[in-house]
Design a protein around this ligand. Structure first.
Ligand code: ADP
Ligand code: ADP
Length: 226
């Protein structure tokens, strides 16, 4: 069951920079793939093309058999970035419910869904707190909850734990694995430059070369889940 198909995928920015060069990758439903590689090799650019924020220059990119624009319109792709963008004047539950509010879901229903995903990230007790009252790790959990609230089939995470201390990072890694294992149809794509994190989290690691990014190896990770 192929979810994302990249073939000969390349991106040349208008200023002439080749950011991604001839990437071929097939992503199947339920995989957890980490993208590792040095800074500037094109990891974020690949994510931006998947979310439709950037067009690709050459090659093919299909998500659920659709163009990235269509896939995004169907709300099947969600993302989490390192610098979580919670609205400071809204409480935790309203922040998490926001994607549903934008879709016109009723307050009762979106609050119920927000509470469901806050439970998943262990923050059921914070619904009426404001972002400024939360630690960095808690804010990241709220961002993950907000990404999960639309029940996406594909979750993109761009170095989400990069700014967290080691202990917090480890507990979030555990929680993310738990969430992913509970929902066998959710596919996660995760950028990190921490090789240990990649090997710990993923079912497959896509290693990118320096310079105009190309995937140099695509390694199945043989390991037993906790
Ligand atoms: P990574 O996420 O692996 O650090 P990026 O995808 O951010 O790498 O960047 C890949 C290359 O593309 C880098 O050389 C970067 O400078 C360049 N780049 C990224 N965005 C733009 C842009 N909007 N215009 C021109 N060049 C860009
Ligand atoms: P609701 O969830 O009821 O639709 P809003 O999102 O419109 O509420 O606003 C919630 C509260 O946040 C209101 O008091 C509003 O004035 C305030 N607010 C909305 N936008 C901003 C903003 N950009 N900066 C500061 N406060 C804002």
């Amino acid at each position: 069951n192929v979810l994302v198909n990249m073939s000969g995928l390349s991106k040349i920015f208008p200023n002439g920079t080749t950011a991604v060069k001839d990437v071929n990758l097939e992503i199947k439903e339920g995989e957890f793939i980490c993208f590792v590689g040095p800074s500037g090799c094109g990891k974020s650019t690949i994510f931006k093309m998947i979310t439709g924020l950037e067009d690709h220059t050459n090659g093919e990119l299909e998500i659920f058999g659709h163009s990235p624009d269509e896939a995004r319109k169907q709300n099947e792709v969600a993302f989490v970035f390192q610098d979580h963008t919670l609205l400071p004047w809204k409480n935790v539950r309203d922040n998490v419910a926001l994607p549903l509010q934008l879709k016109g879901v009723s307050k009762k229903e979106r609050y119920a869904e927000a509470e469901r995903v806050l439970e998943l990230v262990g923050l059921a007790h914070t619904t009426t707190m404001l972002p400024r009252e939360l630690s960095g790790g808690m804010k990241m959990r709220v961002s993950i909850a907000r990404a999960l609230v639309t029940r996406p089939r594909l979750l993109l995470m761009d170095e989400p734990f990069g700014a967290l201390d080691e202990i917090t990072r480890q507990s979030l890694q555990e929680e993310l694995l738990n969430i992913w294992q509970k929902d066998s149809s959710m596919t996660v794509l995760f950028i990190t430059h921490n090789v240990f994190e990649a090997v710990y989290l993923s079912s497959k690691v896509a290693v990118m070369t320096p310079g105009p990014g190309k995937i140099s190896s695509n390694i199945e990770v043989p390991y037993a889940y906790p």
